[in-house]
Design a binder for this molecule. Structure first.
Ligand code: TMP
Length: 212
């Protein structure tokens, strides 16, 4: 089996189309003889999935921004130790549905916590580990939320107002400008075929450049 210990993350607001993007990336990597590990945040471990339940439950609508952020990083610490680092060390690509850019966007921007305290937790928990590639699927929040609300009952985040998602999107776009090599902005308001063609081009380029 070919090896590539590369860490790919997928980001985007609700309804951006992350799920079909994830299965496409899995196929592209398998076609190249790789054995990707697909995972998600919050989640990815039994502890992380339990924390996810707490974070998404509408019953916890009074959760403070600080408590929310610490829960996200607690789940992330477990995920890194139990799943992500061992897979990368074994030479497997890891494809993660959301990672720390989401914390900067949703808690830093959406909840207006700012980035300084998130940066402290990021340093503490990740100890320098960063994704090699982040695909940010960009959609206007109104379009994304319409798509998401057709799918299922809104979770605690989906119940937020439009302004929350506008702030989160602004942070994602600012981060993409700041980290142009790692973060690629994909305009996900276009037809799926066009979005997928761009994703295929980005992944192929990454593999051809040999990120391992
Ligand atoms: P999902 O809908 O993509 O599975 O993600 C669940 C929710 O968790 C989504 O509304 C975004 C939110 N979230 C944060 O607010 N901060 C984070 O750091 C992560 C990973 C997710």
């Amino acid at each position: 089996m070919t090896q590539c210990g590369c860490f790919i993350t997928i980001e985007g607001l609700e309804g951006a189309g992350k799920s079909s993007c994830l299965s496409q990336i899995e196929r592209l990597l398998r076609d190249r003889g790789l054995d990707p590990l697909l995972t998600r945040e919050p989640g990815g471990t039994p502890l992380g999935e339990a924390v996810r339940g707490l974070l998404l439950a509408p019953a916890h609508h009074g959760m403070s921004a600080e408590a929310e952020t610490l829960l996200l990083f607690a789940a992330r610490a477990q995920h890194l130790e139990q799943v992500i680092r061992p897979a990368l060390q074994a030479g497997r690509p890891v494809v993660c549905d959301r990672f720390t850019d989401a914390t900067y966007a949703y808690q830093g921007g959406g909840r207006q916590l700012g980035e300084a305290r998130i940066a402290v937790l990021e340093d503490w928990v990740q100890q320098g580990l960063q994704p090699d590639l982040t695909l940010y699927l960009d959609v206007p929040p109104r379009l994304g939320l319409e798509r998401a609300r057709q799918r299922s009952a809104p979770d605690r985040f989906e119940q937020e107002r439009l302004e929350f998602f506008e702030r989160a999107r602004a942070v994602y776009l600012r981060r993409a400008e700041r980290f142009p090599v790692r973060m690629k902005v994909i305009d996900a308001s276009r037809p799926l075929a066009e979005v997928q063609a761009e994703i295929a081009a980005v992944i192929t380029r990454m593999l051809d450049d040999g990120l391992d």
